[in-house]
Write a protein that binds this ligand. Structure first.
Ligand code: G3I
Ligand code: 9MR
Length: 589
């Protein structure tokens, strides 16, 4: 949906039309019957030798021609593949009956990668897509560059940011200690400096807990796909130094995280925030006071885990950043020691602070303790960390509030893991992967997403499931990995367009992508196109914002509108698994 240029009135009218159109489409779909058939497909494309599928919605008519073709997008006479649709099957999350067009056997000469489209006998066509080894190169670079666009305290120059250039905002060199964070050495109102870091999402605040899973995923991508990232140039200010650009971007947030630790006791502040969410406006026009708020056990443990992993991953770059490894190691141990002596300091939002919590009342922290003990065991080898380890009962698909699987990933990755722990980690990963594969096989859309997965940030659930599968793939003999990678490809296809809304959920990519994201810079910069490379949270029926949704059907409750922060915001912990999964499929045949 492209917005026309023009004055505020025209934009208002266009927004009204878009909202009406979206509602109409959504409302129609929510009744299960769709006027005319639709074809949903990954709108970026496929690596040559990976599974390739599209979903065709069933219009209920009998006797339909069940054949389909793949043609050159600009020339329907150039048919490159013919096939037959699968039998219709229901998909509960969207209350639809659908058919699969499987063209996985289509192989194309490298370089002749399309664009192509799927075409039915009745003339219905899919959005165009490409096929090629480097098909994800551009969207991978954009998904990482989105972090650069969300830097706090940085002026973005035209040479690196193009039309999204902007002055710096939020230097965060004058940040106040909130009463909830006061200590003897840093009483209420003390001033500290806590610069750099990324804005968490569409808001301008910075949260340690959400940096936890985000930094884990990006550090693991850097480590696992080092060859790819050693040469992936993102055109950021640091691109000419001797470090991978992804590491430079990670360091921008790591530098900020370090400043969130109290040097006097090792505790870690839960977040850096304004008292309330600010009104939209560019960063350099924001002047509200910013605070560090309450030290929490979850923040200390997530911080300790990230610093311990960073010490291991950054080690091979230590020549460029001398002493960083030692600094991260000390920070990790001091944060863990604080958590060890303050094991149940849950984050409790002060009455005068109403921004994001990244906490639940009565939450348990066993998973955060497990993750931190695992990372510190792998970093230090000290037995005190293994002695305390209590194996989680339900290590499953990870999220900011459930990080046990992150510990399992690291334990499975390392050759320093004690055998019993490694066996547990491998079992946890394979059991989670088996559940995901079963969901994939049972799904009408052939994607491992079920109704309970449609929560705030559902697109990150899809991609974190794909990461579980990609870890499982490395634990089994080469001949047994097919289903894992196929199911992971399908989850990537889902966020890229093979979904009931027919939206490629990454800004700036695909034929239909979000234009009105809940992102203060994109709303305020006077540029129609949103900042590119951001993955939006995705559909979910929670209705936690003031948008007027026409449905509560899980997989289609979504609105491409500023008001929809519960389905159409962006966040650092949503782009991270996108980076990891795109990296895993980059350079793949
Ligand atoms: O896990 C439960 C699930 O079991 C249950 O079935 C489901 C429906 O009730 O709820 C699930 O929990 C939800 C949780 O997200 C899942 O991670 C909570 O209801 C929901 O309130 C929670 O929303 C969080 C949201 O902040 C509101 O607190 C999102 O995870 C989180 O990503 C989002 O983060 C915000 C920051 O606070 C501020 N910055 C923007 C960022 C993204 O919107
Ligand atoms: O912009 C805020 C977004 O980052 C958060 O995820 C969301 C939920 O915490 O809140 C948004 O801020 C809204 C606030 O909650 C209510 N007043 C309107 C604010 C902007 O939409």
């Amino acid at each position: 949906m492209k917005r026309c240029a023009g004055n505020a009135w025209q934009k208002w009218l266009q927004r009204l039309m878009v909202a009406t159109l979206t509602a109409a489409v959504t409302c129609t779909m929510s009744r299960g019957a769709v006027a005319g058939r639709q074809i949903h497909v990954n709108q970026v494309g496929f690596p040559p030798n990976q599974p390739k599928m599209a979903v065709v919605t069933h219009d209920g008519k009998a006797g339909q021609d069940m054949t389909f073709a793949v043609t050159a997008a600009g020339d329907d006479t150039r048919v490159v593949f013919r096939g037959t649709l699968s039998e219709p099957k229901e998909w509960i999350p969207s209350n639809q009956t659908v058919l699969i067009a499987d063209f996985s056997d289509l192989s194309v000469r490298e370089g002749s990668g399309g664009p192509y489209r799927v075409r039915l006998a009745d003339g219905t066509v899919s959005p165009p897509f490409a096929i090629g080894i480097d098909v994800y190169r551009d969207v991978l670079k954009a998904s990482i560059k989105a972090y650069y666009f969300n830097r706090a305290g940085a002026g973005l120059e035209n040479a690196f940011a193009g039309k999204w250039e902007r002055p710096a905002g939020h230097p965060d060199t004058i940040v106040y200690v909130h009463e909830s964070a006061a200590s003897a050495q840093r009483p209420t109102g003390s001033v500290l400096s806590s610069p750099k870091g990324w804005y968490d999402a569409g808001d301008y605040n910075k949260y340690i807990v959400n940096s936890g899973i985000t930094m884990f995923t990006l550090l693991k991508a850097l480590d696992r796909f080092a060859g790819l990232f050693d040469q992936l140039n993102l055109n950021i200010p640091e691109s000419q130094n001797h470090l991978p650009d992804l590491l430079d971007e990670i360091l921008w947030n790591l530098d900020w995280m370090e400043t969130m630790q109290d040097p006097f006791d090792g505790g870690v502040y839960h977040k850096l925030t304004t008292a309330d969410f600010t009104r939209p406006g560019m960063p350099h026009f924001q002047y509200q006071k910013r605070y560090v708020v309450q030290k929490s056990t979850a923040a200390a443990l997530d911080f300790a885990s990230v610093m311990a992993l960073a010490a291991r991953v950054v080690k091979k770059y230590d020549a460029v950043h001398p002493h960083a490894v030692a600094r991260y190691r000390q920070a990790a141990i001091r944060a863990f020691n604080w958590a060890d002596t303050h094991p149940d300091v849950l984050y409790e939002q002060p009455p005068d602070i109403v921004t994001g919590r990244y906490a639940f009342p009565g939450e348990t922290l066993a998973d955060e303790f497990f993750w931190a003990q695992s990372e510190l065991l792998l970093l230090t080898g000290e037995s005190r960390f293994i002695k305390k380890i209590r194996l989680p009962e339900n290590a499953d698909v990870p999220g900011w509030s459930n990080v046990a699987m992150l510990g399992a990933f690291s334990l499975a990755d390392s050759n320093r893991t004690p055998p019993a722990l490694k066996r547990w980690a491998q079992k946890a990963i394979l059991e989670s992967a088996a559940r995901i594969v079963a969901e994939h096989n049972d799904s009408g859309f052939r994607v491992a997403m079920t109704a309970p997965d449609f929560i705030w940030g559902s697109n990150s659930v899809a991609l974190n499931k794909a990461i579980v599968l990609l870890y499982a793939e490395r634990l089994v003999p080469p001949g047994k990995t097919g289903t894992y990678r196929a199911a992971a490809q399908s989850l990537l296809d889902y966020v890229m367009g093979r979904n009931p809304l027919g939206v490629c959920f990454v800004t700036g990519f695909g034929r239909l992508s979000p234009m009105h994201i809940h992102h203060r810079v994109s709303k305020s910069d006077g540029i129609d196109a949103p900042v590119p490379g951001f993955l939006v949270g995705g559909p979910q029926p929670g209705w936690q914002d003031s948008c007027q949704y026409p449905t509560k059907v899980p997989a289609i409750t979504y609105m491409d509108d500023w008001c929809s922060y519960s389905t159409n915001e962006v966040a650092i912990n949503w782009n991270a698994p996108l980076v990891y999964v795109l990296a895993a499929f980059s350079g793949i045949n």
